[in-house]
Design a protein around this ligand. Structure first.
Ligand code: PGA
Length: 256
């Protein structure tokens, strides 16, 4: 039985005070014994204060990116080891905004190096994969997912749940208010699970595959009810407890 994850990707949003308030509200509403692992991923400068705000509770901390070397002349970059020192357990890698939108334009080789760096520092990579609208329209979705998954985990030793998390994030659904249908999500997730089996064998059953892209309280339940959807990576709706907590509750309901 995989323990679902609900992870909030704050992106470049909120300020220090609002971030602290949000964590306090989530803590107040979410009882730690519940069967879902909750993760918050604030902007890098807020990782230390967020770790403090999370002290003594089971809600976990994640970063939004890392660089792949341990140290060196890489102005502006942050290593996996530095992120681990903040108390983070997870790191999002290969988010579509980094693949397609921000100047870095990360490729799969870079993302794979980062996945290795994450593991070297004891962080769990949340590897994001997903097709663009043009790729979906050209019926290339499954091919793109296979490529991004295969390239992203090359050489990675995966056995337990902490070794790897995948997030299926169709690019056309991110921040657009247009989520994948539960059937579209399940098709992609089942494909990723089958490809994982081919790549890492039975350990594929331990890997949580999250859905991301316009998850909201009113669609979370049907998405999380799909057999291969093990929770969600939430952007816009993770910025307010009023929307994030009901999504956690939907994951709890789907898990029990
Ligand atoms: P969204 O973002 O929920 O705002 O669509 C999801 C993500 O980018 O992880």
């Amino acid at each position: 039985m995989r323990r679902p994850i609900v992870a909030g990707n704050w992106k470049m949003n909120l300020d220090l005070a609002a971030g602290r308030d949000l964590i306090a509200s989530i803590r107040a509403e979410y009882a730690t014994a519940e069967p879902v692992e909750v993760v918050v991923c604030p902007p890098t400068p807020y990782l230390f204060p967020a770790a403090k705000a999370l002290d003594g509770c089971e809600i976990r901390l994640g970063a939004q990116d890392i660089y792949y070397t341990k140290s060196g002349a890489y102005t502006g970059e942050v290593s996996a080891e530095m992120i681990a020192e903040t108390g983070a357990d997870f790191v999002i890698l290969g988010h579509s905004e980094r693949r397609h939108t921000i100047g870095h334009l990360e490729d799969d080789r870079m993302i794979n190096l980062k996945a290795h760096a994450a593991r070297r520092a004891g962080l769990t990579p949340i590897l994001c994969v997903g097709e663009t609208l043009a790729e979906r329209d050209a019926e290339k979705t499954l091919e793109v997912l296979t490529f991004q998954l295969t390239a992203g985990i090359v050489g990675l030793d995966v056995s337990g749940a902490k070794d790897l998390v995948i997030a299926y994030e169709p690019v056309w659904a991110i921040g657009t208010g247009r989520n994948a249908t539960p059937a579209q999500a399940q098709e992609a997730h089942a494909h990723l699970r089958a490809e994982l089996r081919r790549l890492i064998g039975a350990a594929a059953d331990n890997v949580r595959i999250l859905y991301g892209g316009s998850v909201k309280p009113d669609n979370a339940g049907e998405l999380f009810a799909q057999a291969d959807v093990d929770g969600g990576l939430i952007g816009g709706a993770s910025l307010k407890a009023d929307t994030f907590v009901p999504i956690i509750r939907a994951a709890v309901a789907a898990a029990v």
